[in-house]
Design a protein around this ligand. Structure first.
Ligand code: ARG
Length: 261
């Protein structure tokens, strides 16, 4: 995770960002801190990346890389405003001594890649349409040695895979079908017949932008309906308020890069 100490909405690269809406940075830091404490309280280790001035979106740490089985496929941001974030993530992973594969294709890390370890022997789901480019999906497959399933995103409000779909345990996912092309919806139905389905309201509340340890599902507090669906499916929803970070177009998952080593 990376503290929103320098968070701001200074440019608009997704439909949620409005440069005329004021951002309360102190509140953003408080909310982010609660998220960090929540993860620690659930027994997880949290490593911190040092935020850098001039990189207001660095709080969305999920976009810096994608890690599977101790191997890290680096990010290459679509927008110039975020390009410099990649080096900070690269340095972090190298310092930890993990295998790092530098990308040549445009991709935004866990923003557009999800991993479901027990689904079909270990499946990578990959989004394209807005940020990550299709050739990056093949590059990730070669880098990580797991099959990659390409899914096309069609709604600009859900510009990253991680605002439309999330792994909720080792073999299942939750997603909002309307964010995907009709063909990609069929692929998801085939692969995950028991998936939890979210609706427009759940997705608009950033409910899908969640992290789960298989039992506890940490999600945006506004997504009360989705929390109810997850509870009915046997999970324990843990709501966290992240209203300020929503102004940049992100929530829980965007703030967390998962270390799968
Ligand atoms: N303002 C950031 C951007 O548009 C938000 C990124 C959200 N991160 C995510 N993993 N969806 O790039």
């Amino acid at each position: 995770m990376c503290s929103p100490e320098h968070f701001a909405v200074e440019y608009a690269i997704n439909p949620w960002m409005d440069v005329t809406t004021p951002v309360d940075r102190d509140l953003a830091v408080k909310q982010w801190d609660r998220l960090r404490e929540t993860l620690v309280g659930l027994g997880h280790d949290v490593h911190l990346l040092t935020p850098e001035p001039g990189l207001p979106d660095m709080v969305y740490a999920a976009n810096g890389a994608f890690m599977v089985d101790g191997s890290v496929y680096g990010a290459r941001f679509k927008h110039e405003q975020r390009a410099a974030e990649a080096a900070a993530h690269h340095a972090f992973y190298e310092a930890q001594g993990w295998r790092f594969i530098a990308p040549s294709e445009t991709n935004e890390g866990e923003g557009d890649f999800a991993y479901v370890p027990e689904a079909h022997g270990g499946l990578i789901l990959a989004g394209h349409g807005f940020r990550t480019e299709v050739p990056a999906h093949a590059e990730a497959q070669e880098a990580l040695g797991r099959p990659v399933v390409s899914l096309r995103l069609i709604d600009p409000r859900f510009y990253h895979l991680d605002v439309a779909l999330a792994a909720i345990d080792d073999s299942n996912v939750v997603y909002f079908p309307g964010a995907f092309s009709a063909a990609s919806q069929r692929v998801l139905t085939q692969l995950f017949p028991d998936a939890v389905l979210a609706d427009d309201e759940d997705a608009m509340a950033f409910g899908l932008n969640l992290v789960s340890d298989g039992a506890n599902v940490v999600l945006n507090s506004e997504a009360t309906r989705l929390a109810g669906k997850l509870k009915a499916a046997g999970y324990h929803p843990v709501p966290v308020e992240l209203g300020e970070l929503k102004k940049g177009g992100g929530s829980v998952k965007c703030c967390i890069a998962e270390l799968r080593h």
